[in-house]
Design a binder for this molecule. Structure first.
Ligand SMILES: NC(=O)c1ccc[n+]([C@@H]2O[C@H](COP(=O)([O-])OP(=O)(O)OC[C@H]3O[C@@H](n4cnc5c(N)ncnc54)[C@H](OP(=O)(O)O)[C@@H]3O)[C@@H](O)[C@H]2O)c1
Length: 334
């Protein structure tokens, strides 16, 4: 019990706080350090699924004993994370990197990659690409939007059901915690509450490349148009995906069931998924509906996740469980 030492870089951030809570409740991991940058020295109150909350004093990253742990979670901003991934690997520990620095397309980053980082870093979306994760010393944890979209879309792409050269269109809305904890004018309460707007319009969101790369790996040959929206809630993402089909499908839910009924963290639902179904849980809840009253066969897919759990910290713990040889579901809220 609680015998594998792990650490969290960026523990004062939204994803880092979520990670600390999951680790404090984990049956096999022991949180050895938690870092902050400007908030170093402050106390983080970590809620656990059992027992009283635990208070952790956050230290600066340079003071973190990265050589004393088996695995480090890096919940640092993109750009800052990749250097720490290199330092952790040099110190002999494994890393799950929650930033986009080592995902396909690197979130647009051109920051140099340290020499200790392997040329091929697995993309840690276990339900689609589980091979190679157990042997990896570093895993790139997917983005929150891509997790929801790729899990819903993948079974139809793999089965060749999407119309070739189609435009698959995604309208997705995220709660405000998706933007992190650093203050920004457009994220102030008065700007966000009772409001709803799109952003990164025109297919320019920096997480698009990790989706298009994954679609190509799955055998897809179509364009993806991704339009994110800001939803005035704390957490949660709902993605609605319009998919032109090669031919009509009689039972699209059956395609999802066949792909995911054995997966503990994907729920296939006939009812349309809602954020209330998934918040604080490490699940993607997906559904599919045939579109009526259009000339070409068209499918609507829906996916709901908690951006901080299956979209970030929960998926990171899932990847760490695989990398540490533990039960993949250990310590994760289902
Ligand atoms: N939020 C999400 O829903 C979500 C989902 C998926 C992936 N991610 C990824 O997870 C990572 C963390 O996201 P977040 O939303 O938790 O961000 P955040 O709330 O802004 O937290 C960032 C953390 O990094 C620390 N930090 C900032 N600059 C640093 C530096 N130069 N050196 C060392 N530490 C530094 C911060 O410390 P201080 O607080 O002391 O400044 C804080 O602990 C990001 O790469 C993000 O893209 C986030």
């Amino acid at each position: 019990m609680h015998n594998i030492p792990v650490g969290v870089l960026g523990a004062s951030g939204y994803a880092g706080q979520e990670l600390c809570g999951l680790i404090a409740s984990h049956p096999h991991c022991n949180l050895v350090f938690a870092t902050a940058n400007e908030r170093r020295g402050q106390t983080l109150r970590v809620r656990t699924t059992h027992g009283a909350p635990r208070d952790i004093t956050m230290i600066g990253p340079d003071d973190a004993p990265i050589g004393d742990v088996a695995l480090v979670f890096s919940a640092l901003p993109h750009g800052a994370s990749v250097d720490w991934v290199g330092r952790v690997l040099d110190a002999g520990a494994k890393v799950v990197d929650l930033s986009s620095d080592l995902r396909p397309g690197r979130g647009g980053s051109t920051h140099p990659i340290p020499a200790s980082v392997p040329a091929q870093v697995p993309y840690g979306l276990p339900e689609l690409f589980r091979d190679g994760l157990a042997q990896a010393r570093v895993v790139a944890n997917p983005g929150c939007y891509p997790t929801s979209i790729l899990v819903a879309l993948a079974p139809f792409v793999r089965a060749g059901l999407v119309a070739p050269d189609a435009l698959v269109s995604v309208a997705a809305a995220s709660g405000v915690s998706g933007a992190g904890a650093s203050p920004k004018l457009e994220l102030l309460y008065a700007e966000v509450t009772e409001n709803f707007r799109a952003y990164s319009a025109g297919n320019v969101h920096r997480h698009l490349p990790e989706m298009t790369d994954s679609i190509a790996r799955l055998g897809g040959n179509f364009d993806l148009l991704f339009t994110p929206h800001l939803l005035p809630v704390d957490r949660g993402i709902l993605s609605t995906i319009t998919v032109p089909l090669r031919e009509p499908l009689t039972d699209p839910l059956a395609v999802l069931h066949a792909a995911y009924d054995h997966e503990p963290f994907v729920e296939v639902s006939a009812a349309l998924p809602a954020l209330a179904d998934v918040v604080h849980r490490n699940v993607v809840r997906v559904s599919a509906v045939n579109v009526q009253h259009v000339r070409s066969p068209t499918l609507l897919l829906f996916a709901a996740i908690d951006n901080l759990v299956k979209g970030a910290a929960g998926q990171a713990v899932q990847n760490a469980n695989i990398m540490l040889g533990l039960d993949e579901t250990a310590g994760l809220p289902q």
